[in-house]
Design a binder for this molecule. Sequence first.
Ligand code: 13P
Length: 287
Amino acid sequence: MLVSAKEMLDKAKAGHYAVGQFNINNLEWTKAILQTAQELNSPVILGVSEGAGKYMCGYTTVVGMVNGMIKELGITVPVALHLDHGSYDHCYKCIEAGFSSVMFDGSHYPIEENVAKTKELVAAAHEKGISIEAEVGSIGGEEDGVVGAGECADPNECKAIADLGIDFLAAGIGNIHGKYPENWQGLSFETLDAIQQLTGDMPLVLHGGTGIPADMIKKAISLGVAKINVNTECQLAFAAATREYIEAGKDQQGKGFDPRKLLAPGAEAIKATVKEKMELFGSVNKA
Ligand code: 13P
């Protein structure tokens, strides 16, 4: 059964570890992530961007696939199905479709409008027992075609949004989606510390988990980060393993590649990436 991400993240914040959000794109990725979470006895959050939701044939299809896998694979660890960087309209669509968690990314609105829309969505999500994440300060890099500059959030604005009753808060602290550039300044721990001082027990979310050095991840967790999002690293691992398989020329004499065999190395590569992250984030055996 899908669960809201609130309880698992409150526990993570209190226990000084983080739960990974891994973005899904198809059946193979979803299965690989769920199997790894079960094997490591770790809670997990499956992230779905609006683009990935469209690709997978809509949110109700995603809900059906994930619920089916939880049943068929005998998954007993807590699993949250979470809309990643949702617009106002898509938050409602996911609440209706059976997601157990949504992120409303109102970071591009003026703060007053972000506050008003977040407040409304908090009520709609909580009425159905669904958890909700909000964002303050844009996260750099590209996400579904939207390019953000990677600013640091204003801690007072974070406090204003946290007080609206959201369950966890994403705050820009110099993090970027995708690979980090050579001249990246690193995470602003000063900003993170100031945000945590003002928001207290609120679990904080670190987007752009790909490529952040392990020591920075650990320091961020020690300053209140309880959820870390990873996408690009799974994509890179999947692509490299698939390319290697094709280049090895393992097709079936004139019949092309067996699609199930073709996608298997990529799925194994995702499992290895997810395992490494769960170990680093400290969520193993925390189910
Ligand atoms: P990366 O693609 O950098 O891992 O970031 C993922 C993310 O933050 C999704 O919201």
